[in-house]
Design a protein around this ligand. Structure first.
Ligand SMILES: Nc1ncnc2c1ncn2[C@@H]1O[C@H](COP(=O)(O)OP(=O)(O)OP(=O)(O)O)[C@@H](O)[C@H]1O
Ligand SMILES: Cc1ncsc1CCO
Ligand SMILES: [Mg+2]
Length: 245
Protein backbone atom coordinates (compact mmCIF):
# COMPACT_ATOMS: atom_id res chain seq x y z
CA UNK A 1 0.00 0.00 0.00
CA UNK A 2 1.99 2.95 -1.23
CA UNK A 3 1.27 6.57 -2.05
CA UNK A 4 -0.23 7.77 -5.31
CA UNK A 5 2.95 9.61 -6.34
CA UNK A 6 5.12 6.52 -5.98
CA UNK A 7 3.02 3.69 -7.39
CA UNK A 8 4.72 3.58 -10.78
CA UNK A 9 8.35 3.72 -9.66
CA UNK A 10 7.67 1.33 -6.76
CA UNK A 11 6.04 -1.32 -8.95
CA UNK A 12 8.67 -0.98 -11.68
CA UNK A 13 11.63 -1.08 -9.27
CA UNK A 14 10.19 -4.22 -7.67
CA UNK A 15 9.63 -5.92 -11.03
CA UNK A 16 13.13 -4.99 -12.21
CA UNK A 17 14.58 -6.52 -9.04
CA UNK A 18 12.69 -9.79 -9.58
CA UNK A 19 9.85 -9.27 -7.10
CA UNK A 20 6.12 -9.36 -7.89
CA UNK A 21 4.26 -6.24 -6.75
CA UNK A 22 0.52 -5.68 -6.31
CA UNK A 23 -1.01 -2.38 -5.16
CA UNK A 24 -4.16 -3.39 -3.31
CA UNK A 25 -5.52 -0.96 -0.75
CA UNK A 26 -9.31 -1.44 -0.77
CA UNK A 27 -10.43 -2.43 2.74
CA UNK A 28 -12.78 -5.02 1.27
CA UNK A 29 -9.84 -6.74 -0.48
CA UNK A 30 -7.08 -6.57 2.11
CA UNK A 31 -8.30 -9.52 4.28
CA UNK A 32 -8.37 -11.84 1.26
CA UNK A 33 -5.22 -10.70 -0.45
CA UNK A 34 -2.69 -9.62 2.16
CA UNK A 35 -2.28 -13.01 3.92
CA UNK A 36 -1.03 -14.39 0.59
CA UNK A 37 1.77 -11.81 0.30
CA UNK A 38 5.35 -12.74 1.19
CA UNK A 39 5.73 -9.26 2.72
CA UNK A 40 3.76 -6.02 2.95
CA UNK A 41 4.91 -2.42 2.41
CA UNK A 42 2.89 0.39 3.98
CA UNK A 43 3.64 3.97 2.95
CA UNK A 44 1.61 6.91 4.30
CA UNK A 45 2.70 9.45 1.67
CA UNK A 46 -0.80 10.27 0.40
CA UNK A 47 -2.64 9.23 3.55
CA UNK A 48 -6.41 9.57 3.69
CA UNK A 49 -9.04 8.62 6.25
CA UNK A 50 -10.24 5.88 3.88
CA UNK A 51 -6.84 4.28 3.53
CA UNK A 52 -5.81 4.18 7.19
CA UNK A 53 -8.12 1.23 8.11
CA UNK A 54 -6.70 -0.68 5.12
CA UNK A 55 -3.19 0.02 6.41
CA UNK A 56 -4.12 -1.20 9.90
CA UNK A 57 -5.69 -4.36 8.43
CA UNK A 58 -2.69 -5.04 6.18
CA UNK A 59 -0.23 -4.50 9.04
CA UNK A 60 -2.23 -6.97 11.15
CA UNK A 61 -2.27 -9.75 8.52
CA UNK A 62 0.55 -11.74 10.18
CA UNK A 63 2.96 -11.07 7.34
CA UNK A 64 6.35 -9.39 7.73
CA UNK A 65 5.86 -5.74 6.87
CA UNK A 66 7.78 -2.48 6.40
CA UNK A 67 6.67 1.08 7.17
CA UNK A 68 7.57 4.24 5.24
CA UNK A 69 6.53 7.20 7.44
CA UNK A 70 6.53 9.81 4.64
CA UNK A 71 6.32 13.36 6.03
CA UNK A 72 5.47 12.03 9.51
CA UNK A 73 5.45 15.57 10.95
CA UNK A 74 3.07 16.99 8.31
CA UNK A 75 0.04 16.88 10.62
CA UNK A 76 -1.30 15.50 13.91
CA UNK A 77 -3.41 13.00 11.94
CA UNK A 78 -0.40 11.67 10.08
CA UNK A 79 1.78 11.45 13.21
CA UNK A 80 -0.97 9.55 15.06
CA UNK A 81 -1.39 7.25 12.05
CA UNK A 82 2.36 6.53 11.97
CA UNK A 83 2.46 5.86 15.72
CA UNK A 84 -0.55 3.53 15.52
CA UNK A 85 1.14 1.62 12.68
CA UNK A 86 4.43 1.51 14.60
CA UNK A 87 2.55 -0.20 17.45
CA UNK A 88 1.70 -3.02 14.99
CA UNK A 89 5.37 -4.07 14.92
CA UNK A 90 6.83 -3.50 11.45
CA UNK A 91 10.00 -5.49 10.73
CA UNK A 92 11.63 -2.31 9.40
CA UNK A 93 10.86 1.42 9.33
CA UNK A 94 12.68 3.29 6.53
CA UNK A 95 12.52 7.06 6.44
CA UNK A 96 14.67 10.05 5.67
CA UNK A 97 16.38 11.83 8.57
CA UNK A 98 13.60 14.36 9.17
CA UNK A 99 10.99 11.58 9.26
CA UNK A 100 12.95 9.43 11.73
CA UNK A 101 13.65 12.46 13.98
CA UNK A 102 9.93 13.33 14.00
CA UNK A 103 8.84 9.76 14.67
CA UNK A 104 11.35 9.33 17.50
CA UNK A 105 10.06 12.53 19.13
CA UNK A 106 6.50 11.17 18.72
CA UNK A 107 5.22 14.70 18.06
CA UNK A 108 4.96 17.37 15.39
CA UNK A 109 6.18 20.03 17.84
CA UNK A 110 9.31 20.71 15.79
CA UNK A 111 7.44 20.52 12.49
CA UNK A 112 8.37 24.06 11.45
CA UNK A 113 11.85 22.67 10.72
CA UNK A 114 10.38 19.88 8.52
CA UNK A 115 9.72 20.49 4.83
CA UNK A 116 7.33 17.64 4.08
CA UNK A 117 8.29 14.66 1.94
CA UNK A 118 11.90 15.85 1.51
CA UNK A 119 14.47 15.76 4.29
CA UNK A 120 15.84 18.92 5.86
CA UNK A 121 18.39 16.95 7.89
CA UNK A 122 21.40 14.72 7.12
CA UNK A 123 21.10 11.02 7.92
CA UNK A 124 23.78 11.29 10.63
CA UNK A 125 21.63 13.86 12.47
CA UNK A 126 19.03 11.11 13.04
CA UNK A 127 21.34 8.26 14.05
CA UNK A 128 20.86 8.59 17.82
CA UNK A 129 17.09 9.02 17.32
CA UNK A 130 17.07 5.91 15.11
CA UNK A 131 18.88 3.88 17.77
CA UNK A 132 16.53 4.89 20.55
CA UNK A 133 13.46 4.34 18.33
CA UNK A 134 14.78 0.87 17.45
CA UNK A 135 15.30 0.08 21.13
CA UNK A 136 11.89 1.34 22.24
CA UNK A 137 9.96 -0.38 19.43
CA UNK A 138 11.98 -3.56 18.77
CA UNK A 139 12.00 -2.61 15.07
CA UNK A 140 14.91 -2.17 12.68
CA UNK A 141 15.17 1.53 11.77
CA UNK A 142 16.76 2.63 8.49
CA UNK A 143 17.62 6.29 7.85
CA UNK A 144 18.35 7.08 4.21
CA UNK A 145 20.68 9.80 2.96
CA UNK A 146 24.23 10.18 1.63
CA UNK A 147 25.06 7.35 4.03
CA UNK A 148 22.15 5.08 4.90
CA UNK A 149 22.18 3.97 8.53
CA UNK A 150 20.43 0.79 9.57
CA UNK A 151 20.12 -0.15 13.24
CA UNK A 152 18.37 -2.58 15.53
CA UNK A 153 19.25 -0.36 18.48
CA UNK A 154 22.38 -2.37 19.16
CA UNK A 155 24.29 -2.75 15.90
CA UNK A 156 24.61 0.10 13.39
CA UNK A 157 25.35 -0.65 9.74
CA UNK A 158 26.24 2.04 7.19
CA UNK A 159 25.51 1.69 3.47
CA UNK A 160 27.16 4.39 1.40
CA UNK A 161 26.25 3.58 -2.19
CA UNK A 162 24.10 6.07 -4.09
CA UNK A 163 24.29 9.45 -5.82
CA UNK A 164 22.88 12.81 -4.68
CA UNK A 165 20.75 13.05 -7.85
CA UNK A 166 18.50 10.30 -6.40
CA UNK A 167 16.97 13.00 -4.16
CA UNK A 168 15.84 14.84 -7.30
CA UNK A 169 13.59 11.96 -8.36
CA UNK A 170 10.39 11.81 -6.37
CA UNK A 171 9.70 8.55 -4.58
CA UNK A 172 13.14 6.95 -4.79
CA UNK A 173 12.78 6.64 -1.01
CA UNK A 174 9.42 4.90 -1.45
CA UNK A 175 11.02 2.58 -4.03
CA UNK A 176 13.86 1.63 -1.71
CA UNK A 177 11.38 0.98 1.12
CA UNK A 178 9.54 -1.39 -1.22
CA UNK A 179 12.85 -3.06 -2.15
CA UNK A 180 13.59 -3.51 1.57
CA UNK A 181 10.18 -5.19 1.84
CA UNK A 182 11.09 -7.61 -0.96
CA UNK A 183 14.40 -8.39 0.76
CA UNK A 184 12.57 -8.95 4.07
CA UNK A 185 10.33 -11.43 2.22
CA UNK A 186 13.47 -13.37 1.27
CA UNK A 187 15.25 -12.98 4.64
CA UNK A 188 12.45 -12.57 7.22
CA UNK A 189 14.62 -13.70 10.10
CA UNK A 190 17.23 -10.96 9.61
CA UNK A 191 15.59 -7.63 8.85
CA UNK A 192 18.81 -5.71 9.61
CA UNK A 193 20.70 -7.55 6.87
CA UNK A 194 17.74 -7.38 4.48
CA UNK A 195 17.40 -3.61 4.90
CA UNK A 196 21.14 -2.91 4.61
CA UNK A 197 21.47 -5.03 1.46
CA UNK A 198 18.42 -3.47 -0.20
CA UNK A 199 19.65 0.07 0.52
CA UNK A 200 23.17 -0.67 -0.73
CA UNK A 201 21.93 -2.39 -3.89
CA UNK A 202 19.45 0.38 -4.68
CA UNK A 203 22.25 2.93 -4.19
CA UNK A 204 24.52 0.90 -6.46
CA UNK A 205 21.79 0.88 -9.14
CA UNK A 206 21.72 4.67 -8.78
CA UNK A 207 25.51 4.87 -9.27
CA UNK A 208 25.39 2.68 -12.38
CA UNK A 209 22.33 4.55 -13.69
CA UNK A 210 24.13 7.88 -13.21
CA UNK A 211 26.88 6.73 -15.62
CA UNK A 212 24.33 7.12 -18.46
CA UNK A 213 21.92 9.74 -17.04
CA UNK A 214 21.69 13.43 -17.95
CA UNK A 215 19.35 14.43 -15.11
CA UNK A 216 16.61 13.14 -12.84
CA UNK A 217 14.25 11.86 -15.55
CA UNK A 218 16.85 9.79 -17.34
CA UNK A 219 18.36 8.65 -14.03
CA UNK A 220 14.94 7.26 -13.10
CA UNK A 221 14.96 5.16 -16.26
CA UNK A 222 18.61 4.07 -16.02
CA UNK A 223 18.27 3.23 -12.32
CA UNK A 224 15.47 0.76 -13.07
CA UNK A 225 17.51 -0.71 -15.94
CA UNK A 226 20.55 -1.01 -13.65
CA UNK A 227 18.49 -2.83 -11.01
CA UNK A 228 17.32 -5.26 -13.69
CA UNK A 229 20.86 -5.85 -15.04
CA UNK A 230 22.73 -6.21 -11.71
CA UNK A 231 24.74 -9.40 -11.37
CA UNK A 232 26.41 -10.97 -8.37
CA UNK A 233 29.94 -9.98 -9.40
CA UNK A 234 29.00 -6.29 -9.72
CA UNK A 235 27.17 -6.36 -6.41
CA UNK A 236 29.95 -8.04 -4.45
CA UNK A 237 32.67 -5.80 -5.92
CA UNK A 238 30.84 -2.45 -5.60
CA UNK A 239 28.54 -2.62 -2.59
CA UNK A 240 29.75 -0.47 0.34
CA UNK A 241 28.35 -1.80 3.62
CA UNK A 242 30.24 -1.33 6.89
CA UNK A 243 29.49 -2.31 10.46
CA UNK A 244 29.75 0.97 12.41
CA UNK A 245 29.27 -0.41 15.92
N1 LIG B 1 23.17 12.67 -0.86
C1 LIG B 1 22.94 11.42 -1.27
N2 LIG B 1 23.95 10.69 -1.80
C2 LIG B 1 23.75 9.42 -2.21
N3 LIG B 1 22.57 8.77 -2.12
C3 LIG B 1 21.53 9.43 -1.60
C4 LIG B 1 21.64 10.78 -1.14
N4 LIG B 1 20.44 11.17 -0.65
C5 LIG B 1 19.60 10.13 -0.80
N5 LIG B 1 20.25 9.08 -1.37
C6 LIG B 1 19.65 7.78 -1.70
O1 LIG B 1 18.42 8.04 -2.35
C7 LIG B 1 17.42 7.10 -1.97
C8 LIG B 1 16.20 7.84 -1.42
O2 LIG B 1 16.53 8.39 -0.18
P1 LIG B 1 15.89 9.74 0.38
O3 LIG B 1 16.51 9.96 1.72
O4 LIG B 1 16.02 10.81 -0.63
O5 LIG B 1 14.40 9.26 0.55
P2 LIG B 1 13.07 10.09 0.80
O6 LIG B 1 13.39 11.47 1.27
O7 LIG B 1 12.18 9.28 1.66
O8 LIG B 1 12.48 10.12 -0.69
P3 LIG B 1 10.95 10.16 -1.22
O9 LIG B 1 10.09 10.61 -0.08
O10 LIG B 1 10.97 11.08 -2.37
O11 LIG B 1 10.59 8.78 -1.61
C9 LIG B 1 18.08 6.16 -0.95
O12 LIG B 1 18.47 4.99 -1.62
C10 LIG B 1 19.29 6.96 -0.47
O13 LIG B 1 20.35 6.11 -0.11
C1 LIG C 1 5.93 14.27 -3.07
C2 LIG C 1 5.07 13.38 -2.25
N1 LIG C 1 4.02 13.85 -1.54
C3 LIG C 1 3.39 12.91 -0.87
S1 LIG C 1 4.05 11.37 -1.08
C4 LIG C 1 5.23 11.99 -2.13
C5 LIG C 1 6.24 11.11 -2.77
C6 LIG C 1 7.54 11.11 -2.07
O1 LIG C 1 7.49 10.58 -0.81
MG1 LIG D 1 10.17 9.35 1.78
Amino acid sequence: ITNLVSMDIVANALLAAGASPAMIHCLREVPDFTPRCDAVCINVGTLSEDWLPSMHAAASACRPWVLDPVAAAASEFRMEACLSLLALRPAVVRGNASEILALASRSIAASSTFKGADSSHDSGDALEAAKSLAQSTGTVIAVSGAVDYITDGNQVVGASNGVAMMQKITATGCAVTALITAFVAVEPSDALVAAACALAIFGLAGEIGMESAKGPASLRMHLVDALYCLDEQTVTSRVKITLQS
